[in-house]
Design a protein around this ligand. Structure first.
Ligand SMILES: [Zn+2]
Length: 98
């Protein structure tokens, strides 16, 4: 099963539970939401990049920002595949930017 299918399945379940609100299913609902959030972090996302200077007339991107938690990291030194703070899977762009 693809991760996205699993997420969709869990979200359907969450909707069903929320429609028929019962106090005793609240823990189950929280557990499902945690599972969805954990799975979503496994789908890689491209971070935003920020530059603060120019070299040879080109903007140098020296900072990347986690798309999930907003943490800033230094390009070239902290190119993690997973954000150390929140666990988001990061898909770094290749650096042949215009
Ligand atoms: Zn993060």
């Amino acid at each position: 099963m693809e991760i996205k299918e699993a997420i969709d399945t869990l979200k359907e379940r969450v909707e069903l539970i929320e429609k028929s609100y019962k106090r005793e299913t609240m823990d189950y609902l929280e557990t499902l939401k945690m599972a969805i959030s954990a799975l979503e972090k496994q789908i890689s996302k491209t971070p935003d990049y920020e530059g603060d200077g120019y070299a040879d007339g080109q903007l140098v991107y020296d900072t990347w920002i986690c798309p999930n938690c907003g943490e800033h990291y230094e390009v070239g030194y902290h190119d993690y595949d997973y954000c150390p703070k929140c666990g988001q899977h990061i898909q770094h762009e290749d650096w042949e930017r215009e």
